[in-house]
Design a protein around this ligand. Structure first.
Ligand code: DAH
Length: 351
């Protein structure tokens, strides 16, 4: 009789899953209370025969242990995860909120760059990531043998082969820079042009902390009558002050790009050590952030714009580079690994 009862209660205990603290308390009173079932069983135990006592004693003690352990563990669970059990009862409480993500650091910096140029009256333009040789190279005045056209740098989608013929023969590639969008813009419209062109670009590089097979750039173009190098300097200087703050210094170093003449690279005083010298600026106090120059007359002509009447400046910068400097990130691979521990460090209000 007692044995049967114990078996039945054991099943009941094992399948007990309370939804609230109140249910757990009812369980305690039913089994472990001073007038509970266990007390009752122990009372019955006193009346059984000595032979029965020998086997039943052990079973009864084990059963008591089971009830106590179950109660203790449920109680702890309820204390540590109250929302899973107790709160279910209170229907007036607000629902569980969704976990919000955060903006990717590259998006944050891209938006910041866009905002600065928007305030200067630049519009935003975009172009295709799969480009032809004309827009990516030829129209931009790249000589036929220029190393940037090389297979080492460019992901070709269709290869040039002697057997190829016709228009589309072998000159489709993933764009290697956003300068191609300049060409598309100038071909499609009439001056003045004042635009920035953010986008993803691709290069055939081995992936490491310092190089990746894809990254992001923002291209800028300003073409009108009487645009001068002074306009270029002033625009970019203003951009840098907005981006890195008052007091940031800039310097222009002569450089070469096929599509600009003259060309320059722009350095800014290191925003991390303020020019004193640190690992980020390789102890020089300066970091290069972009390439720029006056649009080469050949490029204007290739796009159907009269270089006698119009002049312009262009610039291009890598968003990863600017982001690295801003957040002191030393490994490019982090941007595309989607590691939540990295991404959540850039919590911002999603708007
Ligand atoms: N397209 C160049 C690159 O990918 C960056 C650049 C340099 C763009 C000078 C420009 C420029 O428009 O004027 O390295």
């Amino acid at each position: 009789m007692m044995q049967e009862q114990i078996t039945q209660y054991t099943t009941e205990i094992n399948t007990f899953h309370p939804d609230s603290a109140a249910e757990l308390e009812a369980f305690r009173i039913r089994f472990l209370g001073t007038k509970g079932l266990i007390k009752d069983l122990f009372d019955q135990f006193k009346t059984v025969s000595p032979e029965e006592k020998r086997t039943l004693g052990k079973t009864l003690n084990e059963f008591k242990q089971l009830a106590e352990t179950k109660y203790q563990s449920l109680k702890e669970q309820l204390e540590t995860q109250p929302e899973k059990t107790a709160l279910k009862d209170d229907l007036t409480l607000p629902g569980e909120g969704f976990q919000l993500g955060s903006r990717h650091p590259l998006s944050l910096v891209r938006n910041e760059i866009i905002d600065i140029f928007k305030r200067l009256g630049f519009i935003i333009a975009e172009g295709p990531e799969i480009e032809d040789d004309w827009h990516n190279f030829s129209a931009l005045n790249f000589p036929e043998e220029h190393p940037a056209r090389d297979m080492q740098d460019t992901f070709f989608i269709s290869k040039k082969s002697p057997a190829d013929s016709g228009e589309a023969a072998g000159d489709i590639a993933l764009r290697t820079h956003t300068s191609s969008v300049q060409v598309r813009m100038m071909e499609a419209g009439k001056p003045p042009f004042r635009a920035i062109m953010p986008g993803r670009v691709y290069r055939n590089e081995a992936i490491s902390a310092r190089a990746h097979c894809f990254f992001h750039q923002v291209e800028g173009l300003y073409v009108d009558e009487n645009v001068s190098f002074a306009d270029l300097k002033q625009t970019l200087y203003h951009f840098v002050l907005e981006l890195y703050g008052e007091g940031t210094k800039v310097r222009f170093r002569p450089s070469y790009f096929p599509f600009t003449e003259p060309s320059a690279e722009m350095d800014v005083s290191c925003s991390i050590c303020k020019g004193a010298g640190c690992q980020m600026c390789k102890y020089s106090g300066w970091v290069e952030i972009l390439g720029c120059g006056m649009v080469d007359p050949n490029v204007l002509e290739n796009c159907g714009i009269d270089p006698e009447k119009y002049t312009g400046f262009a610039f291009g910068m890598g968003i990863e580079r600017i982001t690295n400097l801003k957040y002191q990130i030393r490994d490019l691979r982090l941007f595309s690994e989607n590691d939540i521990r990295f991404l959540k460090q850039f919590q911002t209000e999603i708007s």
